[in-house]
Write a protein that binds this ligand. Sequence first.
Ligand SMILES: [Zn+2]
Length: 441
Amino acid sequence: MTRYLAEHAWLGGPAGLVHDVLIEVDDGRVTAVTPGTRGNDATRLAGLTLPGLADAHSHAFHRALRGRTHAGQGTFWTWREQMYALAATLDPDRYLALARATYAEMALAGITCVGEFHYLHHDPDGRPYGDPNVMGHALIEAAAEAGIRITLLDTVYLTSRVDGAPPEGAQRRFSDGDVDGWAARMGGLQPKPHARIGAAAHSVRAVPRPQLAALAGTGQATLHVHVSEQRAENEACLATHGCTPTELLDRAGLVGPWLTAVHATHLTDLDRTLLGDAGAGACFCPTTERDLADGIGPARALVDGGCALSLGSDSHAVIDLLEEARAVELNARLHDERRGHFAVGELLGAATAAGHGALGWPDAGVIAPGARADLVTVRLDTVRAAGYDRNAADAAALYAATAADVTHVVVDGRVIVRDGQHQLVEDVPHALSASVKAVWS
Ligand SMILES: [Zn+2]
């Protein structure tokens, strides 16, 4: 039994913000939560303690692009050429080192679970490795070494365009030929206590219509798809199929409560209705969407229509779920020239329970008896949040604090970050520097 005394805690669900909270943890689970407790021998957590943050959309290797791709001109499509050049350099050892360092950075930011949208399956010539899942196994191992949970979203990627053109260049590493080949390979992946296996279809660009239907036939419980991130994808889909990407997914039988539509930026009213009525989720990645000049998606309308909203750091231009969460609201303000679209609790819920739900961990993302014991403590005495209002400590963390203010992180009852120091990866900046240098050498 471990006992924590949180100065403030945002518990998730209707409980919201409470003060002087005794949180008791045993065998990786929260066993009791008692607000209004003072003076005992519990470990004191100064600041605001949140449930574990879930990064529901990650491509770990994109971390090596940070600081190297933002300054130029162009579009998503020119950025993609730089990303493909990076993808061509990776082997299992470099992938493991880069993912371990990236996931360690996530842990320092309070991320207790990552959804890794993984399509870098084969060798640079497109041939399977001796272990055909060696790259996926590297990601699962990386998460273990960084002390976080992972849902490996093993991705179907078969074509280079909506019209079914074959994969080109680096894309050859991504393809299993067809859905049967994909299913046969990914069937060799095994869940672990810290790892679950989910599925993804890269996009309607990368999976042709008959193969989308074949994927529906495999009955995936967790399925993520990049949807309408770019207007060009919509235009190509309309030209080839006479419908939007969301409509195409729906016709293939892929729109349901198992689906998370990633980005969901350029949607029609019908798209939003299809997703909402089906109880599908939407995962926004605002720091990447702004970096790649994607546009601003209809977050409020999606949530009002019935979609659960989760968040991802995607290309890792930034790894900071507080920044992703507030950006949903702040982007909506820029778009509508009006303030106050989302309540604080809605945005923190997107960063915690909704993200875990989208990744197949429904027992995480709240601080409540029976839940996984994930605790993320954010200091509020730094220059960013100092002077905060005690009765708005959750808003202070959301709108003023950053990932750099995360001091203490517990994952499944185990302390992974203490006093801002990762307990498993000794020097995370060095691990990042060395692993990024290795892929560009
Ligand atoms: Zn992505």
